[in-house]
Design a protein around this ligand. Sequence first.
Ligand SMILES: [Fe+2]
Length: 297
Amino acid sequence: MQNVEVRRMAEKVVCAEFGGGGDNWNQSILLASDQHFDSTHCDRDLLEKHLKQARATNSLVFFLGDWFDAMQGRSDKRGNKSGIRPEYKRSDYLNALIEETCDFLEPYAENIAGWAEGNHETSIEKYTELNLLSCCIRELSVRGNTTIQPMGYTGWIYFRPMRPGKKKKAFGTVRLAYTHGTGGGVVTRGSLNVNRRSIMWPDADIIASGHIHESFMMEVQRERVSDQGRLYQDTQWHLQLPSYKDEFSGDGNGWWHETGKSPRPKGAWWVDLSKQFVKTTTQNYAEHIQIDLRRAQ
Ligand SMILES: [Fe+2]
């Protein structure tokens, strides 16, 4: 992808540096999780629509866990014969998952910056000693020009627009903390996690998670104080990422209905970053990275 360098700053911190950060700089990032790509319930058309939009707009893409459903292997008691797509009816089931994912993602692989583990991937590793994501990342790097960073269940992503010119200097950093997710949130739809996570990750500008197949954006406004005693406010943005899997539709049978689960929103979230100028005194303006959040649906 043009004008972006993705690198690992520390074991659990990935940084995306954007070039050409002039006064009109803007950049979009797609945060998507819980695709459950190999499930019969995955809305692949919607997924493809968002990936095409990312490619057309030079946007970065991060997958935050549960790309795979991967429940139809011999080791998984949750599998059922009607839930398996015909292309996976092979004795080398895990190979089939990897091949089909790479065929689907190959046209968009240059835009994918990071790929994090979800509980469906860690479950496969636990029972089969195979890491599906590292197999896919390696295969995609053989097929094309990619810089996909493998990421853990939790971690950090830094977004850094660099000033134009030879001296590489950022004019700001947006810090995003993520976890694939925990808990059920059946009644609260995950909103109780907002305060837990804002305490755990006070340095984050954005906190994103998936896993429970719900969707919301919540703002936490904070009073901050500088070393010079200057008071100011900022916002910590909380994003709950929905899923691409709709297990509710259909004939009303199955585990989803037997356990009383509701319909769930589909899609993902866009993070739109742009350079703005805020008035600090009557004559001075300071550069600032504005964060706008937009549903991908
Ligand atoms: Fe999950």
